[in-house]
Design a protein around this ligand. Structure first.
Ligand SMILES: C[S@@+](CC[C@H](N)C(=O)[O-])C[C@H]1O[C@@H](n2cnc3c(N)ncnc32)[C@H](O)[C@@H]1O
Length: 108
């Protein structure tokens, strides 16, 4: 989905959200019921030139609060397959697991 379409959908769905909502598990569960993909910080390709010199292919990489971002997927596809994702939203983890079924070494 294009970023502006995602923004439009987010505005419609979560227009009245507050910063304090971000600490609530039920906020994220509700959000991930609807939302398929959202990138909060940056895309993997934007920081890979700065990150990759410090990584070895066999490094264990923990993604804390992975959400529905493509970051860990793109990290894996760049050859860093020892990726462990955690998130307190069960809905998110179930969806991400399914979307990444073919990435058999990725852990959730
Ligand atoms: C702002 S989003 C960032 C998602 C993703 N990392 C990104 O950069 O696009 C925060 C994520 O952290 C998760 N999260 C928030 N508090 C958490 C907690 N206490 N334990 C585990 N996950 C948490 C939320 O479910 C959500 O997926």
């Amino acid at each position: 989905m294009e970023q502006n379409k995602i923004e439009e959908k987010k505005e419609k769905l979560f227009g009245n959200e507050k910063n304090s909502d971000y600490g609530k598990q039920e906020y994220w569960e509700e959000r991930f019921e609807e939302e398929e993909e959202y990138e909060w910080l940056c895309k993997y390709k934007d920081i890979s030139p700065y990150l990759e010199p410090y990584l070895k292919k066999e490094d264990k990489i923990l993604i804390v609060g992975c959400g529905n971002s493509l970051f860990s997927t793109e990290l894996y596809d760049a050859g860093f397959e020892n990726v462990i994702n955690i998130d307190f939203s069960e809905i998110c983890i179930e969806k991400m697991k399914k979307n990444n079924e073919k990435r058999t070494k990725m852990k959730w």
